[in-house]
Design a protein around this ligand. Structure first.
Ligand SMILES: Nc1ncnc2c1ncn2[C@@H]1O[C@H](COP(=O)(O)OP(=O)(O)OP(=O)(O)O)[C@@H](O)[C@H]1O
Ligand SMILES: [Mg+2]
Length: 315
């Protein structure tokens, strides 16, 4: 099947208290991609995932998964979806292996020792298979959550903050494992507050705020379109105005003429080239400078600016 694996149309959710957690969301997820949903606390990320996974009843709109309407084909759709919820939730007294097998059974699949071993090994949990979950560290518990979500080999996997509270090393490890899942053909939708995570892994990125999807695009396209370069050039002596030769560049004088600030570029390296040209022009005009700081904007800058309602730009 070639169409999107998941299609949301006009999806809205107003909770009982009146909070509009989703506001007419349209979104297509492509088969085989890693899609990162970014946005501040309360943006509606978990609500969106909950709507697809049957935990939240939408107020309006439609959801199609695997080409079928989720409402009318609920049972068959649910068996093909995996969810790692944001909140850790399992029987703390159960053993790791039993808990994972139990999840598989919940979706109506018979036990499968080979699959169990494969999943536990891929998450470095094989050695811990007989340990009670409550005896594991927080990061390990999160891996058990992932193992449970993978137990029935889902085609579409939701990871809601999969690396919250996980240390840097373990996080990198999990990125590799999530990448391996994608390589095996699993479509992955994840939410994260670590924008580095999206920058590292995602094929496409969506930014949501107050229930509205503000932007969806290829990660590289976002960086190219909204990326900015910023440089601070500390001058040897204050300048009262910009020399005419520098007039064509996006420069300003700050700090009573002691700092020359560049804000420009487009995420394609243009910024760095222009800054180099500015420095050459300064040297040619015998204008001394003491220090140059250059900084490329990150996806994080872009998301923060979008959520705050500004155009993209380095902070
Ligand atoms: N069960 C509920 N009843 C009422 N309001 C809710 C419920 N669940 C979520 N909300 C509200 O809906 C909005 C969106 O919440 P949601 O959990 O989807 O955000 P989120 O983007 O996942 O945030 P976070 O990054 O903190 O996980 C928030 O204002 C939240 O308070
Ligand atoms: Mg959430």
């Amino acid at each position: 099947m070639d169409g999107p694996i998941l299609e949301l149309r006009g999806l809205s959710k107003t909770y009982k208290g009146g909070v509009r957690a989703l506001d007419s969301v349209d979104l297509d997820i492509r088969r085989g991609e890693i899609f990162a949903l970014l946005g501040p606390n309360g943006a509606g990320k978990t609500t969106l995932i909950g709507a697809v996974c049957g935990l939240v009843r939408p107020t309006e709109g439609t959801i199609r998964a695997f080409g079928e309407d989720v409402k009318s084909h609920w049972r068959s759709v649910r068996r093909r979806i995996g969810l790692v919820p944001q909140e850790l939730a399992f029987d703390m007294f159960a053993r790791v292996d039993h808990s994972v097998e139990y999840s598989r059974g919940m979706f109506g699949y018979p036990p499968n020792k080979a699959r169990l071993e494969e999943v536990l090994r891929s998450l470095s949990l094989w050695d811990k298979r007989e340990v009670k979950i409550r005896e594991l560290s927080g990061g390990m518990k999160r891996r058990v959550m992932i193992a449970k979500a993978l137990s029935h080999d889902p085609e579409l996997l939701f990871l809601d903050e999969p690396t919250a509270g996980v240390d840097v090393e373990l996080r990198r490890d999990m990125w590799r494992q999530i990448g391996a899942l994608r390589d095996q053909g699993t479509t992955i939708i994840l939410t994260t507050h670590y924008i580095e995570e999206a920058q590292e892994m995602a094929d496409r990125v969506g930014v949501i705020n107050k229930g509205k999807l503000l932007l969806v695009d290829d990660k590289d396209a976002i960086m190219a379109k909204l990326g900015r370069t910023e440089a601070r050039i500390i001058l040897g002596a204050p300048m009262s105005e910009l020399p005419p030769a520098l007039g064509e560049f996006p420069l300003s004088l700050e700090d009573e003429g002691r700092t020359l600030r560049y804000r420009g570029g487009d995420g394609t390296g243009k910024g760095k080239r222009e800054i180099a040209e500015v420095l050459r022009l300064l040297v040619r005009q015998d204008i001394m400078f003491e220090e140059v700081d250059t900084r490329e904007s990150t996806l994080e800058d872009i998301v923060v600016d979008l959520v705050d309602g500004r155009e993209g730009g380095a902070a």
